[in-house]
Design a protein around this ligand. Sequence first.
Ligand SMILES: Cc1ncc(COP(=O)(O)O)c(C=O)c1O
Length: 423
Amino acid sequence: MKYEFSDDLKQAQTLDQEDVLSDIRNHFYIQPNQIYMDGNSLGLASKDAEESLNKMMNVWKTEGINMWDEYFHYGQKLGDECAKLINAEKNEVLITGSTTSNVHQCVTTLYHPTKDRYKILVDDLNFPTDRYAVDSDVRLKGYTPEEAVKVVKSPDGKYIDEDAVIEAMTPDVALILLPTVLYRSAQILDMEKITKAAHERGIFIGWDLCHAIGAIKMDFQKVQPDFAIWCTYKYLSGGPGSIAGLYLNKKHFDKTPGLAGWWGNRDDTQFQLKHQFQHQQDVSGWQIGTPTMLSMAPLEGTLKLINSIGMDKIRTKSLKITAYLMYLIDTKLSKYGCTVGNPREDDKRGGHVCLEHPNGYQISLALKDRGVIPDFREPDVIRLAPIALYTSYQEVYKMVEILEDIMSSKSYEKYSDKRGLVV
Ligand SMILES: Cc1ncc(COP(=O)(O)O)c(C=O)c1O
């Protein structure tokens, strides 16, 4: 979409006045004198999340073991709320485990290699945990990653070529795992086109939605992938290490879970505690052990808030505020060698903007010292995420002003480029 932006503070103020989500910011704990641009790594705490966490504490305090009467299906209940964000059917989505353990769960469920079809196709830009999981899952079947993991290489280290992915779908490929939004460059892959191509070739396909869920709109009724997994601590603000999401297409409900546990057993026989596992014939059959209720509870609050707004409004603001940031980088920072490293098209970019500069790491440290929280990804990317729910246009404007000062004074040069523990 085309916007008419200008580089003065007055316009930032007007954009905030016109922002239909501006009041939502009051739900979040915004720290004074801080501009938080890292909601794509760890979303800010909200009062809604705090309330649902307190409620869960209270239920534990007052009900003890009786709490299970009400909360036995909590993973499914939150899954139903999450299903709305991707337009999936209710019983196909579950809140459980971590992104990584859910990769293992889905891959071990669907990956049954044969002599002719034994490869898993991945890309070389996805977040490494997915690759570690896939490598170990092929090892469990007696292969080495060198023989059974096929990697589509990015032509430029930034983007994935969708046609190259489709070309790599050879008859020896059994399963594909790809990110929907790339964690560094924010590129969106066309899930519908790639999933269709995989299915035409008899290949199962799963998507990592970590940087997509709560940031972009998705329609799983249309895409019909085999599985998807995601974390809930980024755009969904579920809390540090909050419990992850798992989607399993209903056509796989009859398959045996790769990683079985008693919480995946049929409800009506679970407490008979028999040694024959009978899995629940919906996504809840893919639960493993007792759900970690206190880590799940904050998500209830934020999902309620997000669903009360809807992804249409969230995506509309995200596209506008990221376009505004790109405009300010172009007009105010390009003279200092700063470039925009994410795709610019609306249907090709996720929820964050990549500011690239050879001294990116030092600049990110200088920003932190000035009260701006970005994050940095190797080799030269400062990721800046103005979050639709709580970032204002004036904050974006102010941050670019601070960046302008850091760049023109070269104050970043006083910082070491030796990397810290969490960059
Ligand atoms: C694409 C992607 N997958 C997975 C993860 C992390 O996995 P987990 O939630 O199991 O720590 C991240 C973390 O940033 C990620 O960006």
